[in-house]
Design a protein around this ligand. Sequence first.
Ligand SMILES: *Cc1c(COP(=O)(O)O)cnc(C)c1O
Length: 383
Amino acid sequence: MTKKIGLQTICTHVGEVKDEQFKGAVSPIYMSTSYQFDDVDVKRYPRYFNTPNQESLSKKIAALEHAEAGMIFGSGMAAISTTLLAFLKTGDHVVVQNTLYGGTSNFIREEFPKYGIEFSFTKGYDVADFEAEIKENTKVLYIETPSNPLLTITDLKGISNLAKAKGLLSIIDNTFASPVNQNPIDFGIDIVVHSATKYLGGHSDILAGAVACSDLHMKAIWNVAKNLGGSLSDFMVWMLERSIKTLVLRVKAQNRNAKKLAKFLSSHPDVKNVYYPGLKSHPQYELAKSQMRGFGGMLSFELNENLDALAFQKALKLIKSSMSLAGVESTMLSPYLTSHALLTQEERDSIGVTNGLIRFSVGIETKADLIDDIEQAIQQVKA
Ligand SMILES: *Cc1c(COP(=O)(O)O)cnc(C)c1O
């Protein structure tokens, strides 16, 4: 009988490359791009995603997401584009959630027409909104929960049931939750993709992506992946392995801080709206609670109309402005100028991304210092 391994042990130990030669404590890095030809099935080559470091880290990803197989990519977009292209061909149709990471949305809008792949963005994020867009030639349902930047929650069980009933494949971008807070495969979702640049990396110094799914689906993804060539160098794979060792510690600290800051902001007289799935006032709080172990480190908010969102962000001293998210340091940005800048004003309005909306990636700093920084910046803007 095999004993189930705990999450923290998976982070620390699963997928280590054993240093047989010197018995060192950490995985050695194998930088070879050339491996002896042994006339066996496994031909090692970095673009085949199977060097010792790549293969080992993929086992950690699989274990973290309760999947049979994992694969590491050169970026989140490499993981997402490869996965979608592995299951969609000319004449197929995909139903895509309306509130989506901007890069994924652009990829679909700009590239799919070239391949004759059809797509529909949902009107909302209820299961019925997905069902309404399904057509004869639909092959895939693509979701993101919690979503960027409004932290909407999509029903994992509902989507996987719908996909199974209609014979479709379900794919989720699990970046915002991280495997610490949410394991979609436990709810019947077929494929999980990650921008490992975010929580898996966690220190704002690694660009990477990951996929987790069944062996069968991974075979199909690998076949396309080796042609598209989006693999990650062994040095960065090693960096990512090192980062994931502290994933649980970091994310739990970020969950705690985010919840406290969401509460602080929602009771602040100068704050109009706070979007955080861990607040009881969030319209999908119960749904979030039923499918997440923690509510994550991301939240969004709007200041009262008389306070300028950009002036506020410029007045912050500790919290940095940043295009990216999920590092150990707290950061903020205006989605309308950054992640969602390529959408039209009309498109942004339709999904609730107002010009006053501020996305807050909560770090692991001392909570009181974050609160002080926000308070002094609000007072500065009011003065
Ligand atoms: C950043 C991000 C991506 C894209 O990942 P890259 O590593 O930048 O390619 C995809 N989805 C979500 C939710 C993200 O935050």
